[in-house]
Write a protein that binds this ligand. Structure first.
Ligand code: SAM
Length: 203
């Protein structure tokens, strides 16, 4: 679980996330990050995934902060300038080997989560991965007290927010040709969920 606006959360969770992610992104070249926040994970990706071109992005209202945070890396071609991307709007036309978002699905509205899955279905290469990190509820696991309280706090702040259900995400992802291949336990009752884009069948 991570708090809203808690800048240190990205610092705390970056190591376990990238320890897990590194195994899945061995062959990735181009990664798109959604909701890059303060750029902590983009900066860390440079260190942990030196073979990857990490394209981070933010919703337009928050882009300036992300761009400013990464200004010293502007000459590094592995970390191109952040893109303005609200997942409900137009997406970049590039194709990506992976799309990554940390602590984003519970902040987004449900229609934005659906748009995120749709965008991943369109923009991932065949075999590409959608990787979502954060708190999730799961029909196979009793919800933790911390996540239940966090979910209540989110919904009290904004009814459009809330911890998403893993099985609902699986169904949404499947609608866009994505099949879940990993459900990893992470510290503080978070998960790293990974879906793979199935190759389009001929005919
Ligand atoms: C809790 S912050 C997480 C930031 C960062 N990923 C981290 O782990 O620290 C949630 C992020 O989701 C982004 N977000 C919310 N709705 C969005 C949308 N419709 N499209 C793109 N990003 C969105 C917000 O701008 C914000 O940066």
């Amino acid at each position: 679980m991570s708090g809203i606006g808690d800048l240190s959360a990205a610092e705390r969770n970056k190591r376990p996330i990238f320890d897990a992610l590194a195994d899945w992104l061995v062959d990735a070249t181009d990664v798109l990050e959604i909701g890059g926040g303060d750029g902590t994970h983009a900066r860390y990706a440079r260190q942990r995934l030196p073979h990857v071109r990490w394209q981070t992005s933010e919703a337009p209202a928050h882009l300036r902060r992300l761009t400013a945070a990464l200004v010293d890396a502007r000459d590094d071609e592995r970390l191109p300038p952040p893109l303005a991307l609200d997942v409900r709007g137009a997406w970049p036309s590039a194709r990506y080997d992976a799309i990554y978002a940390a602590n984003v699905a519970h902040i987004m509205s449900e229609d934005a989560v659906a748009a995120l899955c749709g965008g991943a279905g369109r923009q991932l290469t065949d075999g590409g991965l959608l990787c979502l990190y954060g708190p999730f509820f799961d029909e196979d696991e009793a919800p933790g007290e911390g996540n239940l309280a966090f979910d209540r706090a989110l919904r009290a702040r904004d009814p459009a927010m809330g911890i998403r259900r893993r099985e609902a995400l699986d169904a949404l992802a499947a609608d866009h040709g994505l099949c879940r291949i990993a459900r990893l336990r992470m510290p503080s009752d978070n998960r790293l969920l990974i879906w793979r884009k199935e190759s389009a069948r001929a005919g």
